[in-house]
Ligand binder design. Structure first.
Ligand code: HEC
Ligand code: HEC
Length: 386
């Protein structure tokens, strides 16, 4: 009896000691295994096995008008249905911003042809940027640099930037990836898109690939009046006003006194994809441009004040206009071009003043409005999945 009593006491003492040790050990283990996951809740093990989720990539087939040509798609990021679907979720998900208030789609909304219709965009901290958001229509076809100044080359490279941009989503990729790894749905979407086998294989590079894939499907539907008439599909015809406007947009009529917008805005994309100074800023020397545009990237003085010539597809939907959204209306844009713009050493020689009557201006605008592609804007594959 006495012995067993003694034993019990010892055991109890030992147990208490053990309990303390066990507690300490568990705390250390908890810290070690769950530190990257913060809450350490169930299902956060980075080695979680995803292989039971089927991986069966199917090509996503882009449907667009025949005059668009083929889009270059990088061989290490083939366009798949599941890749596009993951990209669509990421594009619309405020999980990408530090305070979960903004997503890519906050500044690139379908109704504005994937612009935000503000002169310049504001990020999560309410700080205004200096540039106007750009339409993403046909962005997969732009192979001569992205952004107004061409500072990135590929959509994959571009997609990494807004998350950490202090005046856009102002977050960090490690934090975003941690949230995505712990999410109930994203590990599955990454598995289906890329065939990864564990959550720990979810990377920002894969997120960027998916975003790029989603952006590549943002193509003209081929159903705008301009596309239908120019590619002679069905019986689509321009009205007399539109036809007269087309003449002002495209042809020179043997005189320099002519808008000739197509010198720079031409081809199926309505841009030649080059960089020009179209005379927006009054400067006394090439050093004086407040926003140097291409010059800030290349370091060449002659590139100061040069910006990418944007596509005019869906231009009716993307006001205000120019890299800083300085013009509210297409009338103001045409008035700028008619004036010839502000002279500078590097102003484009194709930027010449012209006379235009009120009626001609109306006709030119009527023609420009035939570029409007509502089927693109309403394409169900491009809408918010949440
Ligand atoms: C706070 C607003 C804002 C957010 C959020 C934002 N963008 Fe943008 N986006 C812009 C602005 C402004 C530009 C033009 C910037 C410049 O030229 O310097 C731009 C340009 C782009 C371009 C270049 C288009 C072209 O034709 O060159 C792409 C592509 C793009 N954004 C994709 C994205 C993606 C993907 C996300 C989310 C990861 C995103 N944006 C989030 C405002 C935003
Ligand atoms: C010399 C080449 C050139 C010619 C000619 C030209 N443009 Fe432009 N266009 C540009 C450049 C460059 C920009 C971007 C300028 C910037 O924002 O700094 C631009 C921008 C625009 C924009 C704003 C696009 C947007 O997304 O905000 C519109 C609209 C436009 N042009 C219409 C026209 C019309 C209409 C004509 C004919 C009257 C015309 N352009 C002639 C080079 C040209």
């Amino acid at each position: 009896m006495a012995l067993s009593y003694f034993k019990v006491i010892i055991l109890t003492k030992l147990n208490m000691k053990n309990t303390i040790y066990t507690f300490l050990l568990m705390s250390v283990l908890a810290l070690a295994c769950c530190a990257p996951d913060d809450d350490g809740g169930p299902g956060t093990d980075p080695l979680d096995d995803l292989t039971s989720i089927p991986y069966d990539p199917q090509p996503y087939v882009i449907v667009t008008s025949s005059n668009m040509g083929t889009m270059e798609i990088p061989s290490d990021n083939p366009l798949t249905v599941d890749g596009v679907e993951l990209g669509r979720h990421l594009f619309y998900d405020p999980i990408l911003s530090a305070d979960s208030t903004l997503s890519c789609s906050s500044c690139h909304l379908p109704a504005g042809s994937f612009t935000d219709n503000n002169a310049v965009s504001e990020g999560i901290d309410g700080i205004a940027g200096t540039r106007s958001s750009m339409s993403l229509l046909n962005v997969g076809y732009f192979t001569n640099g992205l952004f107004w100044d061409g500072r990135t080359q590929t959509l994959e490279e571009q997609a990494l930037l807004p998350v950490e941009d202090p005046i856009e989503l102002h977050h960090t990729w490690p934090a975003v990836m941690e949230e995505l790894q712990e999410h109930t749905n994203y590990p599955k979407l990454f598995r289906k898109a890329f065939g990864i086998t564990t959550r720990s294989e979810m990377t920002k590079e894969l997120a960027a690939k998916a975003l790029a894939s989603f952006e590549r499907i943002m193509v003209s539907s081929g159903q705008s009046k301009f596309d239908l008439v120019e590619s002679q599909v069905g019986n689509a015809q321009y009205s007399d006003e539109e036809f007269a406007g087309r003449d002002l947009f495209f042809f020179e009529s043997g005189s320099i006194n002519h808008p000739g917008c197509s010198h720079c805005h031409n081809g199926a994309l309505l841009t030649n994809n080059l960089y020009e100074n179209n005379g927006l800023d009054m400067v006394s020397s090439l050093e004086d441009f407040e926003d140097k545009g291409l010059g800030a990237i290349t370091g060449s003085l002659l590139d100061n004040g040069r910006f990418r010539i944007p596509s005019l597809k869906n231009i009716e939907l993307t006001a205000p206009y120019m890299h800083d959204g300085r013009f509210e209306t297409l009338e103001e844009v045409i008035d700028h071009y008619a004036s010839g713009g502000h002279p500078a050493d590097n102003i484009s020689p194709l930027q010449l003043p012209f006379m235009i009557s009120a009626e001609e201006k109306d006709n030119l605008i009527a023609f420009i409005k035939t570029f409007t592609d509502m089927e693109f804007v309403n394409n169900p594959d491009l809408q918010n999945p949440f």
